[in-house]
Structures are given as C-alpha cells and as structure tokens.
Design a protein around this ligand. Structure first.
Ligand code: IPE
Ligand code: IPE
Ligand code: MG
Length: 255
C-alpha cells in the first residue's frame, strides 16, 4: 500500500467515525505470534519479535485517534507454563521494548500503566517498567495499559481478598458489598469500560483476559495473526464498532 492510499483510507475513517462514536477503551488479545512464525519456518520467538512492531503501530494509531485507553495482553498468568526458553525471551523482549520505546511513548504523549502481578517478574523488567511509568505519568494522551502476568480470575480473587480483609478489620460491612466496590478493587479501577475487545489469531475464546470488564464489550475477532495485523485492520475494527447496536440489556432507542 502506498502512503497516498493509506492517507486516503485514514481520512475516510476519520470522517466516518466521529470521536463520540469511537471506543474509549480497546482491549486486545495479541495472539498468533507462534503460528505466524511457524508458518514461515521460523522459530516461535521470531513471531514475538515481529509482534513488537504491531504494538508500536497500534499505540501510535490509538494516540492519533485519541482513544482514551488501550489494553494489550502481553503475558497471561498461564503463559509461565511455556518452555523456559520462550518465557525468558518474552521477558527479554519486554525489557527491550520498554527501553527502546520510551522515547516514542514520550513523543506520542502516551501514559503507561501496567496491570497484573509484579511478584513473579524479573527485577530488570520491573526496573524498566517503573522507569517508564514514572517518566510518562504526566502525559496527557492515550493510556497504554500493558497486561503482564495478568489473569482475570486472579484479579477478581485479589479484589475478594481485599474486601474480606477490610471486612475482617471492621472497616467495611460485608452486606454493603456491591459491583462498584468490586470494580474499585480491580487493576482497571481508573480506566473507562472496555468498549471493544479485539482478538487476533482466530481463536474464539477469552483466555482469562479482563473477565469482569468485558461483560458488555463488543467483540471483534480476526484470523490474522498479530504480526500481520495492520493499521487498516485496526481501523476496520473501530469502524465496525461504530456501527454496532449496543443495547446493554435494554431495547433499541428506536423500538
Ligand atoms: C501470543 O502469541 C503471545 C503470547 C501469548 C505471549 P502466541 O505465542 O500464543 O502464538 P500462538 O497462539 O501459539 O500462535
Ligand atoms: C492469550 O493467548 C494470552 C496472550 C495473548 C498474552 P494464549 O495463546 O495464551 O491463549 P490460549 O492458550 O490459546 O487460550
Ligand atoms: Mg496463542
């Protein structure tokens, strides 16, 4: 695709989809790295390496479109089951990404947030996370949320544990626990509702991602693997989102 045709496509999209109709928060299951590599006779880790370019493109596009938050599933709490070599490579890639992308994150005004468990991450990765968190904390743009060692069930269990501790300490009446109090204790408490969830790689499942948060998200699944997911594909997902009828259990306004 030439720059010219890309620019025309973008103008179309921006004209079609006013800010108010765009998703405020997009969550992405970035899947299919291994399959992308294996279908090209490459080792799986090459798929992860290539996937970083897609992350860069997505965060850049989200910032341009003034999307409020974008949450990327980088490592699930179940991914530790993979061979040590692959896990080590993923940690290395994460560290490299944080070092190399810091400038771009700052240039694009992105504000980093990380959700998931910290206690199993290597100190070097934590150090780079904290450095980028601190540096980008005052940025005004899109929140770039990385889900690392994240699992939805673990997150809900953690919230339940916190509530139980507060009840045991007498600072909260267990009878008063409602949905808002649970949501307040999730990693995502300061983020808007997830409007759109995208999964690449074609699998029709949620794989322990944002279980609480996606109750009324629109789903958009593509067979394309993450390393080949393009800016146009991302724009197409947002365009389709803007045309969906969301009812949240009610009826269409026109009915
Ligand atoms: C997603 O790609 C990246 C991570 C889970 C870290 P996969 O590595 O799961 O790729 P496939 O699904 O095996 O092709
Ligand atoms: C989901 O992909 C996790 C990430 C993209 C980080 P998986 O490849 O781990 O999911 P399953 O195992 O196919 O459900
Ligand atoms: Mg996978």
């Amino acid at each position: 695709m030439t720059d010219q045709s890309r620019a025309e496509g973008d103008i179309d999209l921006l004209a079609d989809v006013p800010l108010a109709d765009r998703p405020q928060h997009i969550a992405i299951i970035m899947d299919g790295n291994g399959r992308w590599a294996q279908s090209r006779d490459l080792p799986r880790i090459e798929g992860h390496r290539q996937g970083v370019s897609t992350v860069r493109m997505i965060s850049e596009t989200a910032a341009e479109l003034q999307i409020e938050a974008i949450t990327l599933y980088c490592l699930s709490s179940e991914n530790w089951k993979r061979p040590q070599e692959e896990v080590d490579f993923l940690m290395h890639l994460l560290e490299q990404y944080l070092i190399e992308e810091r400038r771009t994150i700052m240039d694009q005004g992105l504000r980093l947030k990380v959700i998931g468990r910290r206690d199993r991450l290597p100190p070097r990765v934590l150090e780079e996370i904290d450095r980028t968190l601190e540096m980008s904390a005052g940025n005004p743009g899109t929140q770039l949320v990385l889900a690392i060692d994240y699992g939805g069930r673990g997150e809900i269990a953690r919230a339940a544990r916190q509530l139980a501790c507060e009840a045991a300490a007498g600072s909260l009446n267990p009878e008063s626990i409602d949905e808002a109090m649970i949501a307040e204790r999730l990693y995502t408490k300061d983020l808007p509702e997830v409007d759109l969830m995208i999964r690449t790689g074609g699998d029709l499942r949620v794989s322990n991602f944002l279980l609480w948060q996606i109750s009324y998200s629109e789903l958009w699944i593509t067979e394309l693997c993450w390393p080949e997911f393009s800016r146009d594909d991302f724009l197409a997902a947002i365009r389709e989102f803007s045309l969906r009828q969301r009812r949240f259990g009610g009826l269409d306004i026109n009915e």
